[in-house]
Design a binder for this molecule. Structure first.
Ligand code: ZN
Ligand code: ZN
Length: 107
């Protein structure tokens, strides 16, 4: 906790001009540049990959033992799908046999 240099009151933080400063409610004293706001790094926003919904019946798909991230079921159907350029390896998709949640497996 920080205290006002002038009057000893507890300083409160507030945002001002993209910075967090501390200021004293009692006398109005402010610190300068207390700390910069955490600027979120330029997180590359990856476009959300559309989960391909297949109409195929899971019955015709091969099954594998894998834990569904959604319901914890231990078996899912899987299939491979070419998603982007032909140069890339096809993506493995999985679909839970219990809750039908679909997800992709990253290599
Ligand atoms: Zn003060
Ligand atoms: Zn599931």
């Amino acid at each position: 906790m920080d205290f006002c240099e002038k009057c000893g009151s507890i300083l409160v933080s507030k945002e001002e001009k993209n910075k967090i400063i501390l200021y004293c409610k009692k006398c109005g004293f402010k610190t300068k540049d207390y700390k910069p706001l955490e600027i979120s790094e330029n997180v590359e926003k990856k476009p959300l990959d559309d989960v391909v919904v297949i109409e195929e019946n899971e019955e015709s798909l091969p099954k594998t033992k894998v834990v569904c991230p959604k319901c914890g079921n231990m078996e899912a159907a899987w299939w491979l799908q070419q998603t982007r350029s032909i140069d890339e390896a096809p993506t493995l998709f999985l679909r839970c046999l219990k809750c039908r949640h679909s997800w992709r497996e990253y290599g």
